[in-house]
Design a protein around this ligand. Structure first.
Ligand SMILES: O=C(CO)[C@H](O)[C@H](O)COP(=O)(O)O
Length: 265
């Protein structure tokens, strides 16, 4: 869907915090959602400095950031970057672009991670993992000094789970049992727990990079206390990790109709 937006590109973007602020001139061009994602991604890459270890996110927004980092390396504007990819897909992208890569075993401290999100609430809590990479994303983004989240404004929501699924990565063993337990946990919020499939006619389960399954939780109502919800999910044997990233984002860059907003924790 095309979204009206002033002609904002690259370093011309406003960087104010707080709500999106109207610009003086009326909207002149219409930017697509993907163009907004690119604007947020390029703005985030301005935080990258030579010599940094960078967590490379996964998804259509993070892909723009990885492309941009590769461009700046090629142009000699960045040097000695080491990328830590959050998925096999991003690993493949970064490898094909010639970004030097490593992992948390060799680089346990990550200077900066840049990644998209499926939802961002008013306290900068996130839902991630609708793209299926939540476990590696959470491992890497928990290990970083600064976590910059890049989104278009459609990702801003009033409460976690408001726009769709909250994914939970589980072991395949007796997945129906774990699915049932997860649904029961959030019965009070009208939860529907669904096994994610590949979308083909056979209904084969989607398998994560770690060989696990994903149960998508759909809530009819606000689940309330996020910390308590997180703890309850993680207490279930069979659960590996969930897609709520609570208190992890240090900065959220939002590209929208009226410009760019940078929200800091
Ligand atoms: O968490 C993710 C993948 O596991 C993605 O960051 C999230 O799904 C956002 O994706 P996109 O940038 O394509 O909207």
């Amino acid at each position: 869907m095309a979204i009206p937006c002033p002609p904002l590109l690259g370093s011309e973007l406003p960087m104010e915090g707080g709500p999106l602020s109207p610009l003086s001139s009326p909207p002149q061009v219409v930017l697509t959602q993907d163009e907004l994602k690119k604007i947020a991604a390029y703005k985030a890459v301005e935080f990258v400095q030579s010599g940094m270890v960078i967590g490379l996110g996964t998804g259509s927004t993070a892909k723009h950031a990885v492309d941009r980092i590769a461009d700046l390396l090629r142009q000699g504007k960045l040097n000695n970057i080491i990328g830590i990819p959050t998925s096999k897909k991003t690993h493949q992208q970064a490898l094909s672009l010639g970004i030097p890569l490593s992992d948390l075993d060799s680089h346990p401290i990550v200077d900066l991670a840049i990644d998209g999100a499926d939802e961002v609430d008013g306290d900068l809590n996130l839902v991630k993992g609708r793209g299926g990479s939540l476990l590696r994303e959470k491992m890497i983004e928990s290990a970083c000094k600064k976590f910059v989240v890049i989104v278009d404004e459609s990702k801003l929501i009033p409460h976690i789970g408001a726009s769709g699924a909250m994914p939970v990565e589980i072991v395949p063993f007796c997945w129906k049992f774990t699915q049932e337990r997860l649904q029961q946990l959030f019965d009070y919020a009208g939860c529907m727990a669904k096994l994610r499939t590949n979308g083909d006619e056979n209904g084969e389960p989607f398998v994560t990079d770690n060989g696990n399954y994903i149960i998508d939780l759909y809530f009819k109502k606000d689940i309330g206390d996020l910390k308590a919800s997180s703890d309850a999910i993680l207490r279930l044997a069979g659960v590996v990790e969930h897609g709520m990233f609570l208190g992890m984002a240090t900065t959220v860059i939002v590209a929208g109709e009226l410009g760019v907003t940078i929200k800091n924790k």
